[in-house]
Design a protein. Structure first.
Length: 225
């Protein structure tokens, strides 16, 4: 009887794949998520080029940090805000860093909230993160969880659930500080998503915000001083 059970068990291993190992998610404070959703905006580009969707974060009442590839030649970007449930026109493009795919939009009307995005340049491989974004361009604040999987150049990498529409969306640590913005997702030869995504790291974002607020620092950076 024992021999039969052992043989049956070994046979089952040949039929069923081993389970994918997972890591336990920490408790994510609802108040922190509400704060992050409060400074996260959903972006919709609408015009002659059709409709494309993305995400961004409010760095103050009138400026949104997002990815430069969200800028299109013949489309008008709008943003939708969570706390005031209002659609606001983007007035102009205030700052662009093409090398790192970063842009800052100026809004036509201010969004007055209690907490704007704060940033951290400190991440480590294995660190838990929460990702918020306009997943699949559905104009919904979709939240997922993952870890920092690797660090390469000015990117952090993660296997958290990220799809089209997340571009410019924040990766936050468990305190709610932005540590990266979603920039790209890896695809295989068939164009299928591989569940590996890259985000512009906090150090780069902080440097670009400083250059936007203090243009002289950008000039110094370009001159290598």
């Amino acid at each position: 009887m024992i021999t039969y059970l052992i043989v049956t068990y070994l046979a089952s291993l040949l039929v069923h794949k081993a389970p994918v190992p997972t890591y336990p998610a920490p408790i994510i404070a609802p108040a922190m998520l509400e704060r992050v959703k409060g400074f996260t905006v959903l972006i919709s580009n609408e015009g002659l080029e059709g409709v494309s969707r993305g995400t961004g974060v409010l760095i103050d009442a009138t400026h949104v940090l997002t990815c430069a590839h969200m800028i299109t030649a013949y489309s008008q970007p709008w943003v939708y805000t969570y706390p005031v449930h209002r659609v606001i026109l983007v007035k102009n493009i205030s700052f662009v860093d093409r090398e790192h795919d970063v842009a800052i939009f100026e809004l036509a009307h201010p969004v007055l909230i209690k907490h704007y995005a704060t940033f951290s340049s400190s991440t480590t491989i294995g660190q838990p993160i929460v990702v918020v974004g306009n997943t699949l361009g559905l104009m919904l604040w979709f939240t997922s969880y993952g870890i920092i999987s690797e660090k390469e150049f000015f990117y952090d990498l993660t296997t958290a659930t990220i799809h089209g529409g997340n571009s410019g969306g924040p990766w936050v640590n468990l305190h709610g500080d932005v540590v990266a913005l979603t920039d790209w997702g890896m695809q295989n030869a068939k164009g299928q998503e591989e569940q590996v995504s890259g985000g512009i790291n906090g150090e780069t974002l902080i440097a670009d915000i400083k250059a936007f607020k203090h243009p002289q620092s950008l000039l110094e950076m370009l001159l290598g001083q």
